[in-house]
Design a protein around this ligand. Structure first.
Ligand code: ADP
Length: 467
């Protein structure tokens, strides 16, 4: 099959979160299964590529009542073709966070078929991801000036996080996308304004999200962020497929970023990573470390973790936090670090290399998320024999087996979290039990291959094409 996957971020070129990991790893897994994949993403100012994409020229993109010029870049890597859309809209310091974000990604969405056609890539199916490309299925169905091979193409839309929906004015959005006015009364209309995520839900042939539990949760008012009614309405075409991780990048046996590589058979060697982490951040190495690797935002429940921190130290954990995000949370973590030398340490910032050492060096990883569509950190942690202690929500429920590969708690309160950390801390003192958990966790298969096969089944169910 020929698959075009559109994403606003893709690892290793751009990344703010798990979406980039998925857009980076799923195409490679699909290629290994014998499919042809074109990944389309913006060419950001901050694009991280060993060799820059090859600039193959400009393309005319119908946009905002005129024709806009976008540059096209191409790169081949591990069998996957990457197409990058270049425009001043993406030459900014950050990927997102601007008042014209919806307009920027409407231009990106509009440029995707143009880019594909320029590369002579006629897809059998188009896979859009999150609100940034939410209008793509609608565009395929109703767009004017669409290149040959793109009109009414089957589409899949994947929700990675329903909290971010891409809201804008209906009339402006239709102008940006150059779509007919009758669509004002379609799925893009959310109580009188345009909603990119809802358009994706409505117009795609199939909708997936990144875990079966999250697929159920988003049909409820607590987790649906206002789209629960729509989710219930489209539930016949909604399913959950758990993410994998890139098991080459995240492999304790070969990891170049950790102090000492190890396997489930040489767990003692893992200690050298702990010592390195303790040395670098001046932590007392005699106590187990409970770590956090996370964006510091409301979703992740870091506020609750901070409120529980002092008591975590009393439970005889040391704490290490790697994260960046909301300034108030960053300040609270810096303050805890200053007040608890030797016991609490933090690194405020985004640091991939350090993340590897934290997964390898800490004994446990806390994930107190309010909601978690899939979560990758628990998968990575388990692969490194680092035992996750997580809130029982979304993909965390689907991937962690309580008391076998990790610990789950229901109530996101200081009490709820501390209950679980105490159970885990007691389990840690039972050395043989803990070692067994580490081995169980490390033996789990979180590779993309399995998930990619499920996506292929789904693609086949829409296109009718056999692999
Ligand atoms: P989300 O996509 O909601 O941020 P996920 O658990 O799905 O959460 O993915 C988070 C990814 O980002 C993981 O690969 C994790 O290691 C990485 N990550 C998060 N915060 C940091 C940080 N401060 N430094 C390095 N890597 C981080």
């Amino acid at each position: 099959m020929r698959i075009l996957l559109a994403s606003s971020e893709v690892y290793p070129f751009s990344k703010t979160g798990g979406l980039a990991d998925v857009a980076g790893a799923l195409p490679e897994a699909l290629v290994k299964l014998g499919h042809e994949v074109l990944v389309v993403s913006p060419w950001y100012k901050t694009l991280k590529a060993k060799n820059p994409p090859l600039w193959i020229g400009d393309e005319w993109v119908p946009f905002d009542n005129h024709i806009e010029t976008c540059g096209i870049g191409v790169l081949e890597q591990n069998g996957v073709t990457y197409g990058f859309v270049g425009h001043p809209y993406f030459q900014r310091d950050s990927l997102y966070g601007y008042s014209d974000d919806v307009k920027r990604f409407c231009l990106f969405t509009r440029a995707i078929p143009q880019l594909g056609a320029r590369l002579n890539f006629v897809p059998d199916l188009i896979h859009a991801n999150d609100w940034h490309t939410g209008y793509l299925p609608m565009l395929l169905e109703h767009g004017w000036h669409m290149p040959e091979g793109y009109v009414r193409k089957p589409s899949v839309f994947t929700i990675h996080n329903v909290q971010y929906q891409g809201n804008s004015s209906l009339d402006e959005t239709l102008n940006w996308l150059r779509l007919p006015g009758f669509l004002r009364d379609s799925y893009m209309n959310y109580f009188g304004s345009a909603n990119a995520m809802q358009a994706g839900l409505g117009f795609a042939d199939k909708v997936t999200t990144v875990s079966p539990t999250y697929a159920e949760e988003i049909k409820t008012t607590t987790y649906g962020y206002g789209l629960d009614g729509t989710m219930r309405h489209i539930s016949d075409k909604l399913s959950g497929i758990v993410n994998g991780i890139d098991t080459d990048i995240w492999n304790p046996a070969t990891d170049r970023y950790i102090t000492q590589t190890y396997t489930a058979k040489s767990l003692k060697k893992k200690d050298l990573n702990k010592q390195a982490l303790c040395q670098r951040f001046k932590l007392d190495p005699s106590k187990p470390i409970i770590a956090v690797v996370s964006r510091l935002v409301d979703q992740k429940g870091i506020d609750v973790f901070i409120d529980a921190a002092t008591e975590l130290l009393w439970q005889d954990w040391n704490v290490f936090v790697l994260g960046s995000g909301e300034p108030a949370l960053e300040a609270a973590l810096s303050s805890l670090t200053a007040r608890n030398p030797g016991r609490f340490a933090s690194f405020i910032g985004y640091d991939e290399t350090l993340a590897h050492l934290v997964y390898a060096g800490a004994e446990s990883l806390a994930i107190p998320s309010r909601f978690e569509p899939c979560g990758l950190t628990q998968l990575i942690a388990m692969r490194y024999g680092n035992i996750p202690i997580a809130r029982a929500t979304g993909g965390l429920v689907d991937t962690i087996s309580p008391s076998e590969t990790g610990f789950l708690f229901e109530h996101l309160t200081v009490k709820g979290l501390l209950w679980a950390t105490k159970v885990a801390r007691d389990a840690f003192d039972n050395t043989s039990f803990w070692q067994k958990m580490m081995k169980n966790a490390m033996s789990k298969d979180f590779s993309w291959e399995r998930s990619a096969k499920t996506y292929v089944d789904l693609y086949q169910s829409i296109t009718g094409i056999e692999a």
